[in-house]
Write a protein that binds this ligand. Structure first.
Ligand SMILES: [Zn+2]
Length: 260
């Protein structure tokens, strides 16, 4: 733990990468953990099938019925100790931002202003026919009422801006991720089993450019051997870090200083 603190203090450029494990502490089920969402069948369908773009286009009603209990109840979930600690680190200027595989908007709620969502976000939606955009707040009540959201202009099908299976990740975000991870002196990899490519290869960009990797994940990952430090219990690590983070003075160029 002392080594981790000293790495956080002396690394000028820190980038954070998070996966589903960070959300499980908020009660959101891990996509790929041992009780993972993907192991569940819903009406005989795997979550991987439900989240594929072909399925969405052919059975939008079934997708939205499934998503009603998951993606469209985000207001039920609160940021946990990890989200909040990262928020404090961001505000004090210790981390540049967070790259996440999660689509639950909890990093934003936790106070990180710079979040790059590799798998997209349900915060926005768009009409597949005319491109008109819609907010989560507009669409969630429609889904909660068991209706399929359609465009108010052209009646086209509305799709959340999350990345479905069979869709490409946003190239701009991915390129920026490689760039930022390459430049990072320290990459904190939290709660990701690093099994989904291409995002899973990102920590190696840090490693190959001479940066250090700190890994916190319940299960082993394929990149563990490249990590300077490795912990398995996210909650434990951040319960130890949080009081210490509170004692840190904001860096000169930190967001909390710019506010003053
Ligand atoms: Zn439309």
């Amino acid at each position: 733990m002392e080594t981790l603190k000293s790495l956080l203090l002396k690394s000028e450029n820190i980038v954070v990468f998070t996966g589903a494990g960070v959300s499980t502490l908020s009660g959101i089920r891990d996509f790929r953990g041992k009780d993972g969402l993907y192991k569940i069948n819903w009406n005989g369908l795997s979550v991987e099938e439900i989240l594929s773009i072909d399925f969405f286009l052919s059975e939008p009603g079934l997708f939205y019925r499934w998503a009603k209990g998951f993606i469209y109840q985000l207001e039920k979930y609160e940021p946990n100790i990890v989200h909040l600690a990262l928020g404090r680190l961001f505000q004090k200027g210790f981390i540049r931002g967070v790259y996440t595989q999660n689509i639950d908007l909890l990093h934003q709620k936790g106070g990180v202003r710079q979040v790059w969502e590799l798998h997209g976000s349900p915060a926005t939606h768009h009409c597949l026919s005319c491109g008109k955009t819609y907010t989560y707040d507009t669409i969630a009540p429609v889904v909660q009422a068991d209706a399929i959201p359609h465009c108010t202009i052209c009646k086209g099908l509305i799709k959340p801006d999350i990345v479905f299976y069979g869709e490409q990740l946003n190239k701009n975000i991915l390129n920026k991720a490689y760039q930022d991870m390459s430049e990072a002196h320290l990459a904190l990899i939290l709660g990701s089993s690093l099994t989904v490519q291409p995002a899973a290869g990102l920590p190696m960009a840090t490693y190959y450019h001479g940066g250090k990797i700190v890994m916190v994940n319940a299960n082993e990952t394929p990149l563990d051997r490249y990590a300077q430090l490795r912990f398995s219990d996210l909650k434990d690590v951040f319960e130890q870090l949080s009081p210490w983070i509170e004692t840190l003075n904001p860096k000169n160029d930190s967001p909390s200083c710019q506010v003053r």
